[in-house]
Design a protein around this ligand. Structure first.
Ligand SMILES: [Zn+2]
Length: 310
């Protein structure tokens, strides 16, 4: 694996943090009801009031499989997120990061979506350019096909339903061409609640950001080698500060009160197990674990040196 990649381990599994670039989002969207005077001290905005958000994707090597969790904004030219949110890619795209790990798209066995928002499902499909274009007539239809041609994709059924029936508020967060073709190609499995994906990797429903949002847990299958789990929290808490503080919920969450209850439950779960947390958007604190002070308040602290991080 390349030197720029953070890698965690959990028993025999390896968890590599990859990226599809950095995007810039309105700070009011990221921090919802929290006043700017409070969040700006932690994450200073630029002169357009935007804060950087990593487009993090995670590669898990577990049980002989290459598992990708979330897949960035992708490269479709009409993707609003890619054009509107100022995506910067000094190191290239997710596919470049995979190549640095020695992997081609065809080497991915499993793709898990935390949810189907455009910044998490972009590379799921790419536009097929098989049709020859002579340059004389109108450009041919370029239809999206699965990027990871040998992979089975997993998402919660609730999420797929909501993404394919968006409302006025959610319409600009879902792009059908990222996920509907997966169904047409017969490679998408719809999950109903918690599910074991491989013997070390499972998904758990973590509703709130969207009703069908899920998070991913990597656990050591071996009792000889006990290890704290690795918890990919997803947009349940896009920055670590959202996981520390229950009322810090983004303006994008469709069920904010549900997010708070979800976080309350999984904060305790992660703290009790000393779980290594992986954030999907935090540029400054990609990984950490929960600590608690004498007042009972949580904070995310670095993983111990020589601990889970490699
Ligand atoms: Zn989202």
């Amino acid at each position: 694996m390349n030197a720029n990649t953070i890698t965690l381990r959990c028993g025999q599994s390896r968890i590599h943090l990859l990226s599809d670039g950095t995007s810039y989002w309105d700070g009011g969207g990221t921090f919802g009801l929290v006043p700017r005077v409070r969040w700006m001290k932690l994450l200073p905005p630029d002169d357009l009031n935007r804060v950087p958000q990593e487009l993090r994707c995670v590669l898990i090597e577990a049980d002989g499989k290459h598992i990708l969790v979330d897949c960035g904004v992708g490269n479709k030219p009409n993707d609003l997120i890619a054009t509107q949110y100022d995506v910067r890619r000094p190191r290239g795209t997710l596919l470049d990061d995979l190549a640095r790990c020695g992997l081609r798209p065809a080497d991915i066995d499993i793709v898990i979506f935390t949810h189907l928002h455009g910044d998490h499902s972009g590379w799921a499909t790419t536009l097929d350019e098989k049709t020859q274009y002579t340059g004389e007539e109108a450009a041919p239809e370029r239809s999206p096909a699965p990027t990871f041609a040998n992979a089975r994709y997993y998402v919660q059924r609730q999420e797929y339903e909501d993404a394919t029936h968006p409302n006025e508020r959610t319409r600009n967060t879902y792009f059908a061409e990222n996920f509907v073709p997966l169904m047409r190609f017969g490679v998408l499995t719809l999950l109903d609640g918690e599910a074991q994906i491989t013997s070390s990797v499972r998904v758990v429903p973590t509703p709130g950001h969207t009703a069908g949002h899920q998070s991913v847990i990597v656990e050591s299958a071996s009792t000889d080698e006990p290890a704290p789990p690795v918890f990919l929290i997803g947009d349940m808490a896009p920055f670590m500060i959202h996981f520390e503080r229950l009322p810090w919920v983004t303006a994008y969450d469709v069920l904010p009160m549900v997010t708070i209850e979800t976080k309350r439950r999984w904060q305790s779960w992660a703290f009790e197990r000393g779980a290594a947390l992986v954030s999907c958007h935090d540029t400054r604190q990609p990984v950490g674990r929960l600590a608690r002070n004498d007042k009972g308040l949580f904070s995310v602290i670095p993983l111990e040196t020589g601990g889970a991080a490699e």
